[in-house]
Design a protein around this ligand. Structure first.
Ligand SMILES: Nc1ncnc2c1ncn2[C@@H]1O[C@H](COP(=O)(O)OP(=O)(O)OP(=O)(O)O)[C@@H](O)[C@H]1O
Ligand SMILES: [Mg+2]
Length: 230
């Protein structure tokens, strides 16, 4: 579904990604792991078109999409959840969900996302800014699902959340996966990532340092130590 082929991405004169390649097959959950500053967010920004690569190719469902604008990528079926969740604090939960632009037809309706996140249904009239960090993250995931993307890009959905909330989010994302969603997941939480992912790419210094299956990396203690600090 998604092929990232040898991309080089810059912020101004800073050369950040040095030939990153990865593949996401339809229906798979692929985790992108790595320490702070490894280039994980930059990889997602390259794919969604916020920071297009200067060299290399990106193909989504066969189309060459490197350099396309974010709204075009949304229309093509790629939904991106940034680290800063992008909740509108002055709007209600329901408004945050229904005002999303670029919705495609598909299985995720307001009813379905409320079934997945009953806590959001209970707070549907509350302001987005009144929610806890965990609830805001769930709202951001729910909003991304409502777009009915073919591919969901998630940037550290568990960052800064209490362990019990992390487990809750993990369970919901497993349901989303079981319902067939394709996900590229950026994470620093190694246990969370390896429990949901099929394949793993380890980024370090703007390049892929290791790739393999989620079960393989559990045995790769040297890789974990050098590139993840697990
Ligand atoms: N807007 C920017 N301008 C210049 N350099 C940037 C910018 N954003 C990120 N960088 C640099 O690019 C490198 C990769 O950053 P990136 O945000 O992709 O890392 P990351 O793996 O997502 O890290 P984290 O786990 O902290 O989110 C870092 O060295 C960072 O300082
Ligand atoms: Mg990041």
């Amino acid at each position: 579904m998604l092929v990232v082929d040898n991309i080089h991405t810059y912020y101004g004169a800073s050369h950040i990604l040095h030939g990153v390649s990865l593949n996401v097959a339809e229906g798979a959950v692929v985790a992108l792991l790595g320490r702070n500053g490894a280039g994980k967010t930059t990889t997602l920004r390259s794919i969604i078109g916020l920071t297009p690569p200067r060299r290399g190719a990106i193909r989504f469902n066969g189309a060459d999409t490197a350099g396309r604008k974010p709204h075009t990528m949304t229309r093509l079926g790629v939904s991106y959840l940034p680290e800063t969740r992008g909740i509108l604090p002055s709007l209600s939960v329901q408004e945050n969900l229904t005002l999303a632009d670029g919705r495609r037809p598909g299985p995720w309706t307001l009813k379905r996302v409320y079934e997945l996140f009953p806590g959001l249904y209970e707070r549907k009239s509350h302001g987005g800014g009144q929610l806890s960090g965990g609830e805001q993250q769930m709202l951001a995931i729910a909003r991304a699902l409502l777009l009915n993307p073919a591919l969901l890009l998630l940037d550290e959905p568990t960052e800064g959340l209490a362990p019990i909330i992390v487990r809750d989010i993990m369970a919901r994302l497993k349901t989303v996966k079981e319902e067939g969603m394709t996900i590229l997941l950026v994470e620093q939480n190694f246990r969370f990532a390896t429990s949901i992912a099929d394949d793993v790419y380890v980024l370090g210094k703007g390049a892929v340092q290791w790739s393999g299956s989620a079960s393989e990396i559990l045995a790769e203690t040297a890789v974990q130590k050098t590139w993840l600090g697990v």
